[in-house]
Ligand binder design. Structure first.
Ligand code: SAM
Length: 212
């Protein structure tokens, strides 16, 4: 059985800052044209696959869940933090949000056409990330897509940093792509962008696909 401690720590940390997080980030896509473009491409790919809904895993206050749903895919959110889930439900009463842990998802095998995991694996201790990717692989249908957002670094070894909420890790896109490939999730595309004002690090997105 996996040690629940890292998840309990993340749950408590995000419960404590949920309202502040929602205030800071709920409108963030408005000033992020590259992220919007990626989400539009992701929506098109999952709609073409037509193999189930999309799970926004680690959805926070649900703003990206709602954005994706408005683009067409049937999308729901899952988050570890009860406070985040409550805020997401309040802001988007027409959408489904559930509490859940990405390390053990309460979802059947091969049930999703897509997964969004935007900055939600950043706190996962590096040795535990392969198990999370295995769980993503399990719940994705064949040909399903995962869009992963993360803080990037050049070093092939993940770099811990003092994220405002909880210790987090930066990853080199190559190292992450390799871990994903080992989990059976092959790279389709990547985006690396420079930090905006107020951001500290380059931000990366990897779009990967479960082999059909
Ligand atoms: C940095 S926030 C990102 C939220 C949202 N995806 C976004 O892009 O704004 C990280 C979120 O991941 C959630 N999270 C962290 N560990 C998780 C886990 N093991 N399972 C599910 N959610 C988790 C946190 O509660 C938090 O809401």
């Amino acid at each position: 059985m996996t040690d629940p401690f890292p998840s309990l720590e993340a749950k408590a940390a995000y419960d404590a800052v949920a309202a502040q997080y929602a205030e800071l980030f709920s409108d963030s896509l408005r000033t992020r044209p590259l992220e919007r473009a990626l989400l539009a491409a992701f929506a098109e790919l999952v709609l073409a696959g037509d193999s189930g809904p999309v799970g926004d895993i680690g959805c926070g206050p649900g703003h990206v869940t709602a954005y994706l749903k408005a683009l067409g895919p049937d999308t729901f959110g899952i988050d570890l933090s009860a406070e985040m889930v409550a805020l997401a439900r309040r802001a988007h009463p027409d959408l489904k949000f559930d509490e859940g842990d990405m390390t053990a998802l309460d979802l059947p095998d091969a049930s999703l056409s897509g997964i969004l995991a935007l900055y939600s694996v950043i706190h996962t201790p590096p040795p535990r990330l392969p198990a999370v990717f295995a769980e993503f692989h399990r719940v994705l249908a064949r040909g399903g897509h995962l869009l992963l957002g993360f803080f990037a670094c050049d070093d092939p070894v993940p770099q811990g940093f003092d994220h405002k909420v909880l210790l987090a890790y930066r990853w080199s896109p190559d190292t992450l792509a390799d871990l994903l490939r080992r989990a059976g999730l092959v790279e389709v595309a990547r985006l690396l962008r420079e930090p905006h004002d107020g951001e500290r690090f380059q931000q990366g997105h990897l779009l990967v696909r479960k082999r059909s």
